[in-house]
Design a protein around this ligand. Structure first.
Ligand SMILES: *[C@@H]1O[C@H](CO)[C@@H](O)[C@H](O)[C@H]1NC(C)=O
Ligand SMILES: *[C@@H]1O[C@H](CO)[C@@H](O)[C@H](O)[C@H]1NC(C)=O
Ligand SMILES: *[C@@H]1O[C@H](CO)[C@@H](O)[C@H](O)[C@H]1NC(C)=O
Ligand SMILES: *[C@@H]1O[C@H](CO)[C@@H](O)[C@H](O)[C@H]1NC(C)=O
Ligand SMILES: *[C@@H]1O[C@H](CO)[C@@H](O)[C@H](O)[C@H]1NC(C)=O
Ligand SMILES: *[C@@H]1O[C@H](CO)[C@@H](O)[C@H](O)[C@H]1NC(C)=O
Ligand SMILES: *[C@@H]1O[C@H](CO)[C@@H](O)[C@H](O)[C@H]1NC(C)=O
Length: 355
């Protein structure tokens, strides 16, 4: 016993001390372990947190005394319970088997357990490792973020579990789903608008299904006018000017004519705004409506503008027609575009007739 310190006793010494306490081992007799014969404990036991673990020890009828020991305590000796933990119960104590059960296993139960027997005055031990598994759990994750284009971002996803879960980040965008990081941390330098969207953190460790959480990354950028086409309309017809702009946050639109802001609600004119689109509608175009209009799109990051012409076309005897780029009443994009192509020969014809 001399080699074992008082405070930091290695588990083996503790087992010997405990066995001596049980009078299983006379003082001075070393305890052998790893014996090929009895007692034969099962292989390592792997259970999930919250489940029950059965510790089984195979014995024979020569065995006179039996005990199951924890790292530092005697759990059961024969039919007697030595520990106070109500989760430890005796399952069987027969001529061939000595088993106990630990219920509602937790991570601190992990470690070596010893089955100790005495046969013909020879003490023998056999060790089994209890391995406790825990499903992955994401304990910390970045919150949704709104950032200006060009800035750096750093997302964090901390997960626990046993074994230690693998953490990956991927970008879920409408175009593609890609792995972006096989790490708890995801750093993006100089973020672009294409990199906005949901980022999914996944933690997996084979114990249970992977757990996933999402973080929404909003990338703000100043407006960009993608479409602003002039329109030719005959006098007396309905005419619409359309201005399309992409921006985050959504653009706000304003219309000008020759540097004069158009006041909404002006008679016969209406402005229709949607997040990415503004329409300036003339219900009954007159001569003085023709001219150069400017669409200004702005958000908190900046503004941009584009000029759009509302020009006159003369009605022909054949058909009153809508100029190139004019928006017909049909709101279906497909048929509108098809309509424009169909109108092209008519436009040429019209120009020919003019000269
Ligand atoms: C049991 O677990 C211990 C500790 O994890 C390990 O060293 C040992 O190799 C394992 N034995 C078997 C048979 O898996
Ligand atoms: C085993 O020993 C450890 C440390 O002494 C203790 O925390 C744990 O509760 C024990 N487990 C059982 C099942 O008694
Ligand atoms: C982004 O990170 C790079 C490299 O660490 C650094 O040089 C740059 O100043 C950072 N940009 C911003 C806007 O913080
Ligand atoms: C359009 O305006 C002209 C001139 O003001 C008027 O004669 C005509 O009836 C109007 N047409 C419609 C459809 O309101
Ligand atoms: C319309 O006005 C803008 C400036 O307001 C000018 O740059 C552009 O050339 C004008 N377009 C036409 C066709 O006159
Ligand atoms: C449109 O943009 C030009 C150049 O950025 C600027 O000079 C002009 O004042 C703008 N027009 C309006 C109506 O905002
Ligand atoms: C537009 O019309 C076409 C054919 O009429 C149809 O197949 C398509 O689904 C429509 N699209 C929308 C957005 O309504």
């Amino acid at each position: 016993m001399g080699v074992c310190g008082y405070l930091f006793l290695p588990w083996k010494c503790l087992v010997v001390v405990s066995l001596r306490l049980l009078f299983l081992v006379p003082t001075g007799v070393p305890v052998r372990s790893g014996d090929a014969t009895f007692p034969k404990a099962m292989d390592n036991v792997t259970v999930r947190q919250g489940e029950s673990a059965t510790l089984r020890c195979t014995i024979d009828n020569r065995v006179t005394r039996v005990a199951w020991l924890n790292r530092s305590t005697i759990l059961y000796a024969g039919n007697d319970k030595w520990c106070l933990d109500p989760r430890v119960v005796l399952l069987s104590n027969t001529q061939t088997q000595y088993s106990i059960e630990i219920q509602n296993v937790d991570v601190y139960d992990e470690g070596p357990y010893t089955c100790s027997v005495q046969t013909d005055n020879h003490p023998k031990t056999s060790r089994v490792h209890l391995i406790v598994q825990v499903s992955p759990k994401i304990v910390e994750i970045s919150s949704d973020i709104s950032i200006n284009e060009g800035n750096n971002i750093s997302l964090t996803c901390i997960a626990t579990g046993r074994p230690e879960p693998t953490v990956t980040w991927r970008h879920i965008s409408p175009k593609a789903v890609g792995f972006v990081s096989e790490d708890e941390y995801l750093e993006i330098q100089g973020i672009t608008r294409e990199q906005s969207g949901d980022y999914e953190c996944s933690a997996s460790n084979d114990v249970a299904a992977p757990v996933v959480r999402r973080v929404k990354v909003t990338v703000n950028y100043p407006p960009y006018i993608s479409e602003a086409k002039g329109t030719g309309v005959p006098v007396g017809q309905k005419g619409t000017l359309q201005c399309e702009a992409s921006a985050v946050p959504s653009a706000e639109f304003q219309w000008y004519k020759d540097d004069k802001r158009l006041i909404e609600g002006k008679k016969g004119v209406k402005v229709e705004n949607r997040p990415f689109l503004s329409k300036l509608i003339f219900f009954n175009v007159s001569e003085h409506d023709y001219g150069n209009y400017t669409c200004v799109a702005s958000n908190k990051l900046g503004h941009t503008n584009a000029s759009i012409m509302l020009f006159e076309v003369k009605t022909t005897a054949l058909t009153p027609w809508k100029g190139p780029g004019a928006i017909s009443e049909v709101s279906n994009g497909t048929s509108r575009r098809a309509g424009c192509i169909w109108l092209l020969p008519l436009l040429v014809l019209h120009l020919l007739l003019k000269f």
